[in-house]
Structures are given as C-alpha cells and as structure tokens.
Unconditional design. Structure first.
Ligand SMILES: [Zn+2]
Ligand SMILES: [Zn+2]
Length: 264
C-alpha cells in the first residue's frame, strides 16, 4: 500500500492511499485545481479514484469534495451521522455517490475501519486502512487522544498523526484571540507537538513510521514539530531513526511517498 499526502493544515487536507488495484482519497479540502495538478504529477487520473473518505465537515477537509465527486463520479463515504450535515455543506454530491457507513466497509481490496475523534465538529473520525496485511491510520483534528484511539492506531505500519501547534507559540501569538486559543487547546481542538509525542511514545514497537500532519503555519513549523517531538521522545529513551521514523507533511507541497508492507 502506498500513502502520500497532497497537503495538510488549516488551509486544506487531502491524502492518497493506494493498493495495487484501488486508489482512494481521505478528505478533499484543497482547491480542486490543486488536487488535480498534484494527482497528475503523481500519475494518478482522478477518474480512477474509487472513493473519497470524509473525516468531518470542516471546510479544510471538504472544500472540493462535492465538485471532485461530481466531476469524476467518485463515491463519497461518510459516517451515517455525518451525512445530514455534509449534505448542507457539499451540495454537489450526486445521490448515487453518497455512501453512509456505520461499520467497517470495503472499497476494492481496501478494508476500512473508522473511529471517533474528539473535535468540535458534528462528528469527526479517523480511519485505518488495511490491505495485504499492511495497516495505515490517520488521526488529525483531535483535541485529545484517549486510550481507545491509541488502541485503534496501534499496529499501524504508518500513522499520519496531528502535530498542530507548539503550545508556547500558540499562547504567545498576538494575532490569535483568546477564544481561538482556548478552542485549539481544548479537548475538542487540535493536538500539540507535546501531545503528539505522548501518543507516538505509546505506538513505538508496533509502528515504524509516523507522518506528522495538520501543522499550523503560524504556531508551528515542520522543523519545530520534528525537533520538539524527537527531543520529547528522547527523554523517554525513544530514538528517532532507530525505534521509530518521523517525517512531516506540508501545507503547500506533496509529502514523501510511503510504501508499507505486511511486517509478518
Ligand atoms: Zn482540519
Ligand atoms: Zn476540523
């Protein structure tokens, strides 16, 4: 299974997951021209995308959802409780493209399992995608990561995990009103670098690769997130590059391409 992130952050999110036979997107929150151009640069024709999984209805995750689905007749998968809200925000989705799930499901040779995340949306989910013994999980837009979510992430070969902000940069950011800061740091906001490191420390052993996502452009940077998490893990005796590998996503450019295989 191959995974590549096309862009991640508060200005838009979109991730490609592909087996040999099936290609899907998780979220379509970047402008449609950008998604088309980036897919094209990867040699992916949007017409061959078998589904778009929706995490939640915030605009940075669904900006092009309706347009992309309608233009290329791509099925959209969202939790059954999310559809009433999604329908008011992504009006272009054709009736035959709407797929509601409330349990594990399949798209081609991918098995998909959703799990709830604590976020200030109608409903926010993370996903685990399984193929040929390999497991990829994504969890962004969560204010906290309780034990049940850690359990869902465990055993993933690769986890795309939120590392939204540096707590000091956020709290000292003069451009952010206090109410926004409170929202971000709340249990229904976004994971900080420190919280992300805490989650990663619990995944070491079963997981070899972490991809940091949804980094704030104002209150974080790829290098700061990487360095902060690396040093927090080191305090626990976990060595980046040895016990676990950490890479980052970017708002405005494509991430590295990851290929994961069954570790058995
Ligand atoms: Zn978001
Ligand atoms: Zn959100």
């Amino acid at each position: 299974m191959k995974i590549v992130n096309l862009g991640s952050g508060s200005k838009g999110n979109c991730t490609v997951v592909a087996s040999d036979n099936t290609t899907i997107l998780i979220d379509a929150g970047l402008p449609i021209l950008e998604i088309e151009a980036k897919l094209n640069s990867l040699g992916i024709d949007p017409i061959n995308i078998s589904g778009i999984l929706v995490t939640h209805e915030h605009i940075d995750h669904i900006k092009s959802l309706g347009k992309l689905s309608k233009k290329y007749h791509i099925p959209v998968y969202a939790h059954i409780s999310e559809w009433p809200v999604l329908e008011t925000k992504a009006k272009d989705i054709l009736p035959q493209s709407k797929h509601a799930f409330d349990n594990d499901f399949y798209i081609g040779d991918l098995t998909i399992s959703a799990f709830g995340l604590s976020h200030d949306a109608n409903l926010c989910v993370g996903y685990s995608v399984y193929n040929a013994g390999a497991k990829f999980s994504i969890a962004t837009d969560l204010g906290c990561c309780p034990k049940d979510v850690i359990e869902k992430l465990k055993g993933s070969n690769l986890v795309l995990l939120e590392a939204n902000h540096d707590e000091n940069l956020l709290m000292n950011n003069a451009h952010y009103p206090l109410i926004l800061k409170k929202r971000i740091i709340s249990n229904k906001g976004h994971l900080s670098n420190r919280q992300s490191a805490e989650v990663i420390s619990q995944l070491v052993g079963g997981t070899s690769q972490i991809l940091l996502g949804h980094l704030s452009e104002e209150n974080n940077s790829p290098l700061l997130a990487y360095n902060t998490i690396k040093s927090l893990l080191a305090q626990k005796g976990i060595v980046e590059g040895e016990h676990i590998f950490i890479d980052v996503t970017y708002q405005h450019r494509i991430s590295n391409i990851f290929e994961i295989k069954s570790s058995k």
